[in-house]
Unconditional design. Structure first.
Length: 64
């Protein structure tokens, strides 16, 4: 049986990956709809990608 800490770590990785993927989808959808580089969708998508990537980096950097 997995420990609570391991379950939490796996949950963090899954949710961070989903946030990152959602950011990519937002950027792609906005650009496909004709949005420019400074449109709200692109900026919001980039923020989601940055948050998801930062969380993944930090959870993988932490010693086991």
């Amino acid at each position: 049986m997995a420990s609570r800490q391991r379950i939490g770590t796996i949950g963090t990785k899954v949710l961070s990956s989903l946030i990152l993927a959602l950011g990519v989808v937002i950027v792609v959808r906005t650009v496909a709809a004709g949005g420019g580089p400074l449109s709200v969708g692109v900026l919001l998508g980039v923020v989601f990608v940055a948050i998801g990537a930062a969380r993944l980096y930090l959870v993988n950097r932490r010693p086991a």
